[in-house]
Ligand binder design. Sequence first.
Ligand code: TXA
Ligand code: MG
Length: 346
Amino acid sequence: MTAIVAPDRVGIERACALLKAGEVVAIPTETVYGLAGLALSESALLKIFEAKDRPHFDPLIAHIALPRHTVNILDYVERRKLVNLERLVGKARDRLDDVLSALWPGPLTVVLPRAAGVPDLLTAGLPRVALRMPAHPVAQEILESVGAPLAAPSANRFGRLSPTTAAAVAEELGDRIPLVVDGGACRVGIESTIIALGDDDRFVLLRPGGMPKERIEARLGQPLVLAADATGKTPMDAPGQLPSHYAPERPLTLIDSIADLDAAGGAPFGLLTWESRAVALPPGSTQLALTHAGALDEGARNLFSQLRALDRAPHTRIFAERCPNDTGLGYAINDRLRRAAHRGGA
Ligand code: TXA
Ligand code: MG
């Protein structure tokens, strides 16, 4: 079984010693818990894929430490030996500089041209690498003291719900990893937003997430290109876009409002409503609410832990009400609910 340690000096030293020795350790970030390992070590990366049962075609995000002193963010990123920004000049370079200066550290991942020497396993052989600077103080302390970038996918078995507490990590990977650092419940609760720099120097939204897309667009001064256009074609390789992902084990049905709930038949079920309210349900059913009064950040924070709780309750199916607001974090919440509901054979 895995050990769960507090994020005190002893716990962090133990985590860093394991990481430096090429082992994997689950660490808290402000979005979800990550399963960390050295980003530039093939053998550490293999251990991450193995613990998660993750297919090698799905690349990982490299996490980097906060700079210790004030520096130009792009110079700093280039010195981490992960990206090659030679081709990026003029306005396009200024735009990226501005976005990263304003929005890092935080729940934003940026996919950029990779440097030579980056392991193929990290990027699944793609020409770009994903980078994130997490804001969580424990993640930062670990990155700083390991002194090298850490790959960290969400610390769940492939395709399942991301963990937002140390206990949820233990439930997912407890028999497969040596250590979990307990940093408490994740503040954001939903994975980072991923944007990628396209060949035309515009940014593509690969995954909505904890950084509202409107905030990124306001900073860029231009709209993000959506990953799947109307024809369903993706403007670039976006391997993480599987329709079924972030899924509970029980079948989940998405409803627009509880008025659409078909409680006929009388079998008990799990129900996740957007706001808390009284609903008449068959006896033995479980009802949870994502928010008290509709705050989007509260809904994001509770999403995975409540889906996980409903998945544990003794029902055969789950209904979840869509977030009525499809902007900001609501857009990311609805993306996750849609993928949790998709059972297209994946
Ligand atoms: O908030 C987060 O991003 C969390 C925490 C732990 O940092 N991490 C996370 O990692 O969600 P993961 O591996 O569960 O999801 C990362 C997604 C995957 O869908 C992957 O396909 C995509 O990022 N990705 C990674 N590298 C990529 C690349 N080079 N090009 C396109 N997509 C990439
Ligand atoms: Mg994941």
